[in-house]
Design a protein around this ligand. Sequence first.
Ligand code: HEC
Length: 354
Amino acid sequence: MVKALDVPSNARLAVAPVVYPPIWDIWHLDWVQYNAAVHQPMARNIGEAIGLGAQLNIVDASGKLNPPATRWKSSVRIRNLYWMEKQIEHLKAPVWPAGVFGAIDSAKAARGRELFVANCMRCHGISQVHGGDTWAVRTLPLETIGTDSNQAVAFAKATYDATKLGMSAREPGALGLKVIVANLKTQGYEDEGIPKSEWPTYDGFGRKLVAVAPCGYKARPLIGIWATPPYLHNGSVPTVYDMLSDTRPSHPILGNPEYDPVKLGMVQQVTPHSLTLDTSLTGNGNVGHWWTNDRNRKGRIGPALSEVQKYELIEYLKSATYANYPTRSVDAGFPLPCGDNLHWAANAALNLMP
Ligand code: HEC
């Protein structure tokens, strides 16, 4: 079995490390992946199966395109993916274990919730589309959020030689992915005998298979976020406290299994299996999402928070539940920065990549 199109020049250097995201609530989100590139659950799941080594049959052992009847057969198992996607819907955010980490100060948490509503809700609140199960996520342009740009830029910038499929020699990655996934999906639905009337359900909420490469990162609701350090898409920030501060550790220690219940995150102490991250390396940047009084700093989203305010916000994030989380109803999703332009990276935004 050979890989994908078997075009060696299509190999790309991995320059954008990301951390495993919290997966509760993810099924609600109208856009998934850190850069909000994917809309349809089944497309995301097939894409990830490919990423994790699903066997494809697009070309034969000599690299020649296989005939249409066998070209899109793969080891992707549609019914299994659908089953897993449905299981995720039962997953709930963890509740702060007061017996282990200490009781929540409810007055302090209430003050923190007010701060959260005033400062964080516009990006991290739950926005239910028509009050239903779909939550619209807001995607912030790279210039605004200022966090490490590699993931969004690498995704948008990558082009592939897809001439074997009758496409161009510089096909944008998002579009290539769409074509491959769409064909694998149709083949899979047919091979597994899924009635056509059920395809929209298997796709996930009848969502369309669209290909986009937004120039930004999505802000997700933060229920249970205390449990998932390190933070930011690239895991470069060890605690929630550091997320709210105007300076951050340049060499965070990741992988210490001890939890810091004060700052909400990873205890900063070297252990036999820990990793010290050098945030000056490309892709590891720990900047952006700043709370600072320096108005000129890139990625500033608000004024510096006092120590009291930081710990009130932390107290609320410990106690955030589905019942007390700021939630509103919206009519539609939010626009995606550069979402309609697959070639944005060829223009000015490309320069954001270090
Ligand atoms: C202008 C929009 C915006 C506002 C306001 C905002 N955030 Fe964020 N936040 C984001 C985006 C976008 C990300 C993801 C950035 C990334 O991964 O590069 C993020 C990420 C985070 C994360 C890390 C999540 C994770 O999965 O790693 C935490 C924690 C967080 N924000 C807390 C807060 C808090 C607390 C406030 C209010 C004090 C706040 N944010 C206000 C946009 C915002």
